[in-house]
Design a protein around this ligand. Structure first.
Ligand code: ACO
Length: 412
């Protein structure tokens, strides 16, 4: 991935007008305020800035200057679990913003180029982000890689069915204790889904800031099963009479059915709550099946979760596992053309090849296929995959299939 074609020229062109460079840690607060401004939010107060200290990873923020800072983006290092369970180096991309009087003149594009060059140098295999809008990122090779649903439960009418396990114990932790203990707890938990990522101290600093700044108290409960802690939930309750009281789940992590059931048993039993709301949950999470009347759980949104950019396509393809006979895919990558080419993909591995391709697709469609969020045949129906050999789309459906839905679950 050395020497990304086009990168040198583009940076030189932009350098004549704008300076694009890595930010010094002393500039992180200005970058945070610039980004907040692009979201129409106020600057941080000193107290808020202090609460969020440590959330910007040094060396991972880039700025665009024309005398002053006018554009920025940053990333967090992490490891990404891919189908089959291996982990690859991931960049969690966030805080992308260009000041409103400098938009639509290519600044984000230059920031992205600089960021990809940095990723290539450091051997980052994939980059993931949560997008503010659906039209921004596919031009850079990001595709919707995980899907999610949000659901709401009417707690006044919901009842657990008789078969829901009742083992384990719930302990409520004070916020500061929780913020101290959760990182270790999360680290010890296996990644049960492809798409999950590790969380460094920088991520936890941002999570801590969000919890401390919440208008309603953030409550943490840990579930302990036979073998120790195996799940936790973080939630807040908004109770403004005469409106219905709503418990909003900020985090819900569990490693086995006992922890899933135990956490829901607790959450459904919290007093003075009318409704529980979740956001960005795995599409196959079976919360409604815990209930005697599944209709007390309503899916309120079904949507994208993350967008992923396979930065190093060969390394990404080689890292995951496959099912069924091999196929040759031709991948087209306009933004990072070194990735373009044909790949033979099978249970026994992945290699570049000169053999004729059975399917042709761009790197955006490949991201949609990679975690099993979308099937090749659906992508072909939507005109996003070109079928060059009869039956190839169905063969790719099997090849890329995954047992459980992929999901990230780590908002940043
Ligand atoms: C992961 C995250 O951080 S998500 C948060 C993203 N940030 C925001 O939503 C904050 C508000 N928006 C912004 O700050 C800016 O509009 C940005 C960062 C999204 C875009 O910055 P810009 O410097 O204007 O982008 P740039 O000029 O490089 O645009 C490149 C192309 O993308 C298009 N584009 C950029 N933003 C958008 C958008 N929001 N919707 C549609 N198209 C867009 C441009 O029109 C341009 O297209 P072209 O190449 O066909 O001319």
């Amino acid at each position: 991935m050395d020497g990304l074609p086009g990168f040198g020229q583009a940076i030189m062109r932009s350098m004549s007008e704008y300076e694009i460079r890595t930010l010094d840690p002393a500039e992180h607060r200005a970058a945070a305020d610039l980004f907040r401004g692009t979201l129409h939010l106020k600057d941080l107060t000193d107290e808020e800035a202090e609460r969020g200290r440590g959330s910007y990873q040094p060396g991972r923020s880039i700025g665009a200057f024309d005398g002053e800072l006018v554009g920025t983006l940053r990333s967090l290092d992490a490891e990404l679990t891919v189908p089959g369970g291996r982990r690859v180096p991931l960049a969690g991309v966030t805080s992308v913003g260009v000041r409103s009087d400098r938009t639509r003149r290519g600044l984000m594009t230059e920031l992205m180029r600089a960021q990809f060059a940095d990723f290539a140098e450091r051997g980052v295999v994939a980059a993931t982000l949560y997008a503010s809008e659906g039209l921004i990122y596919s031009r850079f090779g990001y595709g919707i890689s995980t899907l999610s649903k949000s659901y709401s439960i009417n707690t006044r009418r919901a009842q657990l069915h008789d078969g829901v396990p009742a083992s384990g114990e719930i302990t409520r932790l004070p916020l500061e204790t929780a913020l101290e203990q959760l990182p270790k707890l999360y680290e010890a938990m296996p990644h049960t889904r492809a798409g999950m990522m590790t969380r460094t101290s920088y991520w936890w600093a941002g999570f801590g800031q969000m919890c401390r700044q919440s208008d309603d108290p953030m409550i943490t409960v840990v579930h302990r099963g036979e073998d120790g802690p195996d799940g936790f939930a973080v939630y807040s309750v908004r109770r403004r009479w005469p409106d219905p009281a709503v418990l909003s789940i900020e985090a819900l992590e569990y490693t086995n059915p006992g922890a899933f059931a135990g956490l829901w048993r607790y959450l459904l039993g919290v007093d003075l709550v009318d409704e529980i709301r979740t956001l960005f949950r795995p599409v196959d999470e079976p919360a409604e099946l815990l209930l005697t009347d599944p209709r007390q759980c309503t899916v309120t949104r079904y949507e994208e979760e993350c967008w992923t950019r396979l930065v190093d396509v060969e390394a990404a393809l080689a890292a995951r596992t496959y099912t069924g006979p091999p196929l040759v895919l031709e991948v087209v990558d306009a933004f990072l053309p070194a990735n373009s080419g044909r790949y033979r993909i099978g249970e026994d591995g992945v290699a570049r090849t000169d053999e004729p391709a059975a399917l042709r697709l761009d790197v955006v469609a490949l991201a949609m296929l990679y975690f099993g969020a979308r099937q090749a045949s659906a992508l072909a129906t939507a005109g996003r995959v070109e079928v060059l050999e009869p039956g190839a789309a169905e063969a790719a459906d099997l090849l890329f299939s995954t047992r459980v839905a992929a999901w990230c679950g780590t908002f940043f």
